[in-house]
Design a protein around this ligand. Structure first.
Ligand code: ZN
Length: 203
């Protein structure tokens, strides 16, 4: 505990919230705030433009961490390109990007890499998760609702192709959806087809 310690409870969640600090980026000027889920110590963050609360329905992107795509430039998925596109778009029009620590659709990095190994053997992304005993998508959006509540926004424009995200955000009214079409390449076109056909993603 120190003089900055700020802990809030919301439904089942206990979350420590940082101060908001400036974060200039190559996409534009943002501010950042971090959220630590207790007791798991899972650290999420949100990066936002300062004008978002002057907008009728600020643009919101909910991004789940993907180390390989976001940081290493992996071409196996479209996460890195989606993240860059979202930051660029939010810098342009104003809004908030939530960066959630739920690697590998919630199964964690070790399991995700094991799933990649199975994909090397010919399984698709959903089959590989099933082989490891997981559902296709274990992500949970309670923390996203917590963060949106923290920002006190009531209407948003959601930047997403994922219909599941539209129905899990119950703390806000989604007045519009903007889709993201970026990052298709020869390594991920099968993966994107599975997302579209078997997981109901809209493009
Ligand atoms: Zn990814």
């Amino acid at each position: 505990m120190n003089k900055f310690t700020n802990i809030r409870n919301f439904k089942q969640l206990t979350v420590e919230i940082s101060k908001e600090a400036k974060l200039p980026t190559k996409f534009g000027n943002f501010k950042i705030v971090a959220f630590k889920e207790l007791p798991a110590n899972k650290e999420h963050s949100a990066i936002f433009t300062e004008n978002f609360n002057k907008l009728e329905a600020p643009l919101v992107r909910i991004h789940s961490e993907c180390l390989t795509g976001d940081t290493f430039g992996s071409l196996k998925c479209d996460c890195g390109d989606q993240l860059n596109y979202a930051l660029k778009r939010i810098a342009e029009v104003g809004g908030i990007l939530l960066y959630l620590r739920q690697e590998g659709r919630g199964i964690g990095l070790v399991n995700k890499i094991n799933a990649y190994y199975l994909q090397d053997q010919g399984f698709n992304t959903i089959e590989a998760n099933h082989q490891l005993g997981f559902e296709a998508d274990l992500r949970n959006y309670d923390i996203a609702n917590f963060i949106l509540k923290y920002f006190e926004v009531d209407k948003i424009t959601l930047l997403t192709n994922n219909p599941k995200k539209l129905s899990t955000l119950n703390e806000v009214i989604i007045v519009a959806r903007e889709s993201i079409i970026v990052g298709e390449n020869i390594y991920n076109s099968d993966y994107l087809k599975v997302k579209q056909k078997d997981m109901g993603h809209l493009f």
